[in-house]
Design a protein around this ligand. Sequence first.
Ligand SMILES: [Mg+2]
Length: 242
Amino acid sequence: MGCEGNIARALSVDPDGSVLGVDWSKIETVLLDMDGTLLDLRFDTEFWTRTLPAHYADEQGISVADASAYLDPIHRREHGHLNWYCLDFWSETVGFDVAALKREHRASISWRPEAVNFLRRLQASHCRVVLVTNAHPETLAIKLEQLALADWMDEIHSSHSFKAPKEYQAFWEGLQRVSPFDPQQTLFIDDSESVLGSAAQYGISHLVTLRQPDSGQPPRTRTGYPAILHFSELFQGLPADG
Ligand SMILES: [Mg+2]
């Protein structure tokens, strides 16, 4: 950006990369990821690594190991691209309705700790709150049916409407067109470091990642961006009730 020194820094961070606090007066827009940020990634991990291969194995009359041997290389090839998030792509790949299978398991969709309390405080604040997700519109619909996520959002955007995931600059350019934001007064929270790298390249000044996106995995001790374990670490300076 070449003018780093002029950017009003809103995050204070300790030497191990943990966020100590946010100067909320320097933030006007908060962009929030959904899976692994507001919601526990455990649902998605379980679905893609266990539920889907098991169902595919059943349908094909093969072992789960053979199902995974077929599916894993496709996961690796498509990771970080729009297909990876696209239920239509996966339905075509496996030959059954992946959205319907996801819907069957929707009771396991859950919030991350303190996420609702964070959203309540944001809603009571001066900040505009925008959900930005790579989730396919069908996945998004299932999650919005299950949890009252939409109640807390000023806007919701799926990268599928920009035909580019958050890993691509075209996503940020598309978002800027439909929902203008000042990158220097924007805080973006996302558990994916490649997504945060793309946001940094676009010029978003304040980036935060999560130490434990998936409650079934241990917390990450090293992260490439300032990190929080729980949203309560960001509460100071936000209104207490909304
Ligand atoms: Mg995520």
